[in-house]
Design a protein around this ligand. Structure first.
Ligand code: ATP
Ligand code: MG
Length: 403
């Protein structure tokens, strides 16, 4: 898969070269391929201007022309193609105020954040590496291109990127880079929260999450990140056996479970996350809370959507030591297969039938109470899901208010 992605990217480079331009694979894809890590997407840098790229390829989406970036749809894949450039000032801490197109790839590489991200690879696999990024990969060292203090002040997001690379790649931070991070960490307060939390999400996915979290604490970055800064107890709790988490849903659920004084809503609001994250994180919290009290049963499995099972297990590893992830997953799969119903629609009785059976009662909230009780009894295997049995049960049932 990755190889074919590289083959396609190389074809794209050849086409640009045939038109007289220079073109390279750059950034994360070069780093990851040299490290033998899976490559997610491939970025390309070229001497061609966005207009020239548009004239060469059929499907070009102008996503950031002012910064020299277009997306080229090529051979069924999307490639971000950016004209060689250097950045102007960053007065809004988000984007450079202006960019300047340049002719030489080396100038373009010099604007990049870390040496390991500042390499380019041509279509024959030849690596251009003016800042010794390959050597830093071998030394497992994260080092800024140029003076760290300058580079961090220019764009404080690089500090959050540094923390997540430590977690993702398991690298050490080079001493002056670390010192500048500590000295200037308060600058991260100026970055848009969405950009900070994206890096935090990538940090939580890291295989060296413990190092990432320790760095977050040691550098005091934690003091400048919304919500994390509100509760210093988290500093202690965060080192509580961290295992990689794979989404905001999992992160928010975990952070809430570790410190219940901060609600899921509060995290979602201040980190500007979506309603879907809120919904799923709430479901996860309910499921984990239920598990801590009652362990795995049909009712838990029924209410835990299939697409949240792996999240449930990952969050559980933070709460319970020594759990057998595979055994729990197998158990959930097996119990789900044996559930008498998969959802309410499968109940052998409808709301209308219940109302008809209870003709003496005025319609009201009791209907939902009754359905909910039937649902639970059926799911837990206390009541067979057949019409006669359910009718009998309803006839004998009376609403709690009347009791
Ligand atoms: P990922 O694996 O998360 O995609 P990445 O290094 O590819 O990591 P991207 O955000 O995709 O990160 O950026 C692509 C490249 O652009 C980086 O490798 C780096 O060379 C450069 N870059 C990204 N963000 C910055 C920044 N804030 N300052 C300087 N260079 C940056
Ligand atoms: Mg990338």
């Amino acid at each position: 898969m990755t190889n074919s992605l590289f083959n396609r990217a190389n074809k794209l480079l050849s086409i640009l070269e045939q038109h007289g331009f220079k073109a390279y694979i750059v950034g994360g894809a070069v780093r990851d391929s040299l490290m033998g890590r899976p490559v997610g997407d491939i970025d390309i840098a070229t001497s061609a201007s966005p207009a020239e790229v548009q004239s060469i390829f059929e499907k070009v989406i102008p996503v950031g022309i002012e910064h020299g970036t277009v997306i080229v749809r090529f051979d069924g894949e999307s490639f971000e193609v950016t004209t060689f450039r250097v950045d102007g000032d960053y007065t809004d801490f988000r984007h450079p105020d202006h960019v300047l197109f340049v002719a030489d790839i080396k100038e373009d590489l010099a604007r990049r954040d870390f040496t390991i991200n500042a390499m380019a690879m041509d279509k024959d696999g030849l690596v251009i590496d003016p800042f010794m990024g390959h050597q830093d990969i071998q030394l497992k060292l994260l080092r800024t291109v140029g003076k760290p203090k300058l580079r961090f002040e220019e764009d404080p997001l690089r500090m959050m990127r540094a923390i997540r690379f430590v977690s993702q790649l398991g690298f050490e931070m080079e001493a002056t880079t670390f010192q500048a991070l500590v000295d200037d960490i308060s600058w991260i307060e100026k970055i848009a929260i969405e950009r900070v939390t994206t890096e935090i999400k990538k940090m939580f996915e890291g295989i060296n999450l413990t190092n990432g979290i320790e760095l977050l604490i040691r550098s005091k970055a934690i003091n400048y990140i919304p919500v994390l800064k509100e509760n210093h107890q988290l500093e202690r709790l965060l080192i509580n056996n961290p295992k990689p988490l794979h989404s905001f849903t999992e992160i928010i659920a975990t952070l809430h479970l570790l410190d219940r004084s901060i609600s899921v809503d509060h995290w979602v609001k201040h980190w500007k996350l979506s309603n879907e994250v809120k919904r799923n994180a709430t479901t996860l919290v309910q499921s984990i809370t239920y598990y801590m009290e009652k362990r795995l049963d049909q009712w838990l499995v029924y209410r835990l959507p299939e697409n949240l099972v792996s999240s449930f297990i990952r969050v559980l590893t933070w709460m319970v030591t020594d759990i057998d992830k595979k055994a729990i997953n197998d158990q959930v799969v097996c119990m789900r297969k044996q559930l008498p119903i998969a959802n309410l629609k499968h109940l052998a009785i409808t709301g209308n039938e219940i109302v008809a059976l209870k003709a003496s009662l005025e319609k009201g909230p009791w209907i939902n109470t009754c359905i909910a009780e039937i649902e639970k009894q059926v799911v837990c295997g206390n009541l067979p899901n057949c019409k006669n049995a359910l009718r009998e049960w309803v006839e004998a049932w009376s609403p709690p208010e009347i009791n």
